[in-house]
Write a protein that binds this ligand. Sequence first.
Ligand SMILES: Cc1cc2nc3c(=O)[nH]c(=O)nc-3n(C[C@H](O)[C@H](O)[C@H](O)COP(=O)(O)OP(=O)(O)OC[C@H]3O[C@@H](n4cnc5c(N)ncnc54)[C@H](O)[C@@H]3O)c2cc1C
Length: 380
Amino acid sequence: MHVAVVGGGIIGYLTACYLKQLNVDVTLIERGETGRESSWAGAGILCPIHPWLYPDSFTRPVDSSLALYPDLQAKLLDKTGVSIEWERSGLLIPFFDDDRTDHWQAAIDWSEKFGWKVEELDSLDSLRREPVLSDRIQKSLLWPEVGQLRNPRLLRAVRVLMEQLGIITVEHAEVTSLLKAEDRVSGVVCADGRHIEADQVLLAGGSWCGELAEQMGFELPVKPVKGQIVLLKGEPGLMHSIVKHDDVYFVPRVDGRILVGASMEYVGFERGTTDEVIDQLMASMCSIAPGLKGLEVEQKWMGFRPGSPDGMPFLGPVASIPGLWVASGHYRNGVALAPITAEIMSQWMVGNEPEMDISTFAVNRPVVQSLAVGFPDKVI
Ligand SMILES: Cc1cc2nc3c(=O)[nH]c(=O)nc-3n(C[C@H](O)[C@H](O)[C@H](O)COP(=O)(O)OP(=O)(O)OC[C@H]3O[C@@H](n4cnc5c(N)ncnc54)[C@H](O)[C@@H]3O)c2cc1C
């Protein structure tokens, strides 16, 4: 069997590897350069933002996916020599008296239900753990086992693995339509007229999958949600845990760099960072973590999260077009969900239906907008 994977982000990359390991021939086709879009830009936090806001049917695949990371990172290091800097730095959510949302009890209940270890810290212990935080802090919740990784390193490692596995990668080739034979997909057509034949096609084009689906004659409500990020040059040990608040999050890397993110903007595919949004992030940083004031800004960047109205990805076959599959719309959780996506999709495409109930992710599900975790339809 030969599969054409459309899109060279982490979802396309990993699924291509898993397919190849099942003896499937794979060609990965990328519009620009591989590994440059959302998967490169993301923060690499291995936990959904406020996971208690999601339905339980989302948490189970997340848990399964996160459980695959320890082996995956070890295998990537062993095979490619590239460390993805996966580490359990822990996640801390601080609480201030002027917070707009009180997550405390819902977060504890959710953690108990799903067996996530959580610690309740008073203000003194919170500041002992993270001295850069504002002394306005009243208390915090700490999940010591939450992990993180560095996205560009993950992409580099998986890219090397793809080469080792003999996956063919075609760059600078935008897929625009499908080839068909007797009503079945038989490959893809690129903008430059190239035909690439395949028995099955997987759309893993991230934020662009909504438009791509429309071109191919079916509906997929995936739209870009822009996020801007600032990278600060800190010293190792200045901050220990990922710190997440409603207004801003911080991700400390082992080398001392601290990532400050991320905006949620419904501006279509408008590229580039803007002073206004970066200033807002820095203002939130000064309020939540004043101990970071004055650190040099080393870099700013942005990316497009593949958003869906209910916050869930779309995984599985397109019923109306035999041979066509989708793995997209991972929104804020694509890195966290990448291993389980690759496992489910690769097995499914060789004929093994998922054992886990993933009907919440079905491509043809009735999509109900969730303002808590999805994109608000009216502003797009
Ligand atoms: C600022 C920010 C912070 C984030 N933080 C986190 C986090 O902490 N944790 C987490 O789990 N997730 C996070 N995410 C989300 C995560 O990065 C995404 O969900 C994930 O990267 C999506 O991967 P993808 O492969 O679907 O998309 P992408 O990485 O965008 O890849 C899609 C690829 O498809 C290509 N493509 C599109 N159309 C075509 C076509 N027609 N032909 C050929 N190629 C095509 C594109 O050029 C692109 O390279 C964040 C995202 C952003 C932007």
